[in-house]
Ligand binder design. Structure first.
Ligand code: NAP
Length: 485
């Protein structure tokens, strides 16, 4: 099946409904992070190709905006059904290009498909309003219109779901788009485009440009004045650059950026639930998730037992290629990702941390890093201020609520936090005091297509998913209607 899934994916650029090579004829390699071997080559778009993709989106915009909402919703609904029916193929493809174990890849396919189902339902719920002006002489009619052609940029860590979380609301709202996936994982996106075509998406609505020259392709689009909206998921560092580029032409911007999630275990926590939650919050996607627990704050009275149980669970995980049955932890995306995790662990040890399990770089091939638990982590360690993006659990201790809330909030990021306590009042109180866009109360998983996903501070702008997920793709339009009264 491996050869077939790779073979079946289009490898070209999708522009205006046709698949085409890059103007330069250049291609870029897609590697398997479990082996380091090349899976295939895909087209490597130049800035000129990017502009052609944007022009195709612009040309398709008027007709697409005029398509009945029900029709747009039904396209998403059909695409949802097709994705679900092809779960095994899409999951294998994702595991091959990204590394996550097949079970996690299947879970991502289901999660990704749900965004299409959710927004198929939202497409017909875009409403407006009618009001009488206070002086009684004007009717105020408010409608909502698609914002226009969008540029969608996605990261490699959730190659399918980060795409559907943007495509779903864009389609539902009546926007056309250019999607630029991460160069490490373009295949999931390239497999998705024909599914949308099969579901009935008209030519030019979704254009896909894979490239190794992200900066060169994207900047002219943002400065060109035709793209009306940027929806970006990736690092805070790149988000800042793109926000600055959007300023010149006042492009609407949604940013889903990095995190530095605190995971707080109070003295009255259900320890079983806390350890289960910790495993999910830390190890989903091998720790390569913006929602990954980055700093474990455990009350000193529970620290020894929590640490021992978490260490035992981490030690029991099987590391290996995601395609092999029984694998719990796949490879990290590349050598840079693996070396970053390793250097953060070394730095923590230099600052006094103890390695309880893991912490050693294995021999190749592949970019594997073992599940690692560090106790006695100093607040001065680099990993306390850096998104680890790997399977490393860093444990710090605390004594009281005020202290831990202050420590948890002592970061520029604010995506998600996790709180474990049996005290409902405290859960709500601490949940409100934590400066994050999302809080998991006695759970290690917050991602849900029906909920508004996003962060505060330098974790981003706007929300994806939930009732508000479509808002970023719509503008208000007000019509003033004098009545002569
Ligand atoms: P990244 O390096 O910021 O890249 C994200 C995307 O932006 C890629 O497609 C990348 O392409 C592109 N890009 C990079 N520089 C660019 C530029 N100058 N102009 C235009 N595009 C550019 O992030 P990543 O390493 O792929 O993903 C990991 C990060 O994403 C983490 O920080 C994680 O927390 C964050 N993330 C956030 C969420 C969320 O919902 N908040 C979800 C998932 C991931 P190239 O690789 O070719 O540069």
């Amino acid at each position: 099946m491996t050869a077939t899934v790779i073979q079946d994916v289009p490898k070209q650029l999708c522009i205006g409904g046709t698949w085409q090579d890059a103007e330069s004829g250049r291609t870029l390699p897609v590697d398997n992070p479990a082996t380091g071997e090349e899976l295939c080559q895909v087209a490597d778009a130049t800035p000129a190709d990017g502009l052609r993709a944007a022009q195709a989106a612009v040309a398709a915009q008027p007709a697409w905006a005029a398509t009945p909402p029900r029709e747009r919703g039904e396209i998403l609904r059909r695409a949802y059904e097709i994705i679900v029916s092809r779960t095994d193929e899409l999951a294998l493809l994702m595991t091959l290009e990204m590394g996550k174990p097949l079970a996690e890849a299947r879970a991502e396919v289901a999660y990704a498909a749900e965004f299409f189902r959710w927004f198929s339902e939202e497409a017909v719920r875009v409403d407006g309003g009618m009001a009488i002006a206070p002086d009684g002489r004007t009717r105020i009619m408010v409608t909502r219109r698609p914002v226009g052609p969008c540029l969608l940029i996605t990261p490699w860590n959730f190659p399918l779901a980060m795409g559907t979380r943007k495509i779903g609301p864009a389609v539902a709202a009546g926007c056309t788009m250019v999607l630029k996936p991460a160069p490490q994982t373009p295949l999931s996106t390239l497999a998705l485009a024909p599914i949308l075509t099969e579901a009935g998406l008209p030519e030019g609505v979704l254009n896909v440009a894979t490239t190794s020259d992200a900066a060169g392709v994207v900047e002219p689009l943002l400065r060109g004045g035709q793209i009306r909206k940027l929806s970006f998921t990736g690092s805070t560092q790149v988000g800042r650059i793109l926000l600055a580029q959007c300023a010149d032409t006042v492009v609407r911007t949604s940013l889903e950026l990095g995190g530095n999630a605190p995971f707080i275990v109070f003295e009255d926590a259900d320890l079983d639930a806390a350890v289960d939650g910790a495993m999910v919050a830390k190890m989903r996607n091998m720790g390569e998730a913006c929602t990954a627990a980055n700093r474990f704050f455990v009350h000193s009275s529970l620290a020894e037992e929590f640490t021992a149980r978490l260490t035992a669970r981490m030690a029991a995980l099987t590391v290996g290629p995601g395609t092999e049955p029984g694998t719990d932890v796949g490879p990290l995306i590349d050598t840079a990702g693996r070396d970053k995790a390793d250097s953060l662990v070394r730095d923590a040890v230099e600052h006094g941390a103890k390695v309880l399990v893991g912490g050693e770089l294995p021999d190749g091939p592949g970019h594997f890093y073992p599940p690692t638990v560090l106790s006695g982590v100093s607040a001065d360690s680099a990993l306390v201020r850096t998104e680890i993006f790997g399977p490393v659990a860093a444990i710090l201790t605390f004594e009281d609520e005020d202290e831990v809330v202050a420590a948890a909030n002592d970061t520029d990021w604010g995506l998600v936090s996790y709180v474990f306590t049996r005290d409902f009042d405290r859960a709500l109180r601490v949940g409100e005091r934590l400066e994050t866009g999302m809080v998991g109360l006695n759970t290690g998983l917050v991602s849900n297509p029906a909920a508004p996903f996003g962060g505060v501070k330098q974790s981003g702008l706007g929300r994806e998913g939930g009732r508000v997920g479509i808002d970023g793709f719509l503008e208000y339009k007000y019509l003033a209607i004098p009545t002569g009264a």
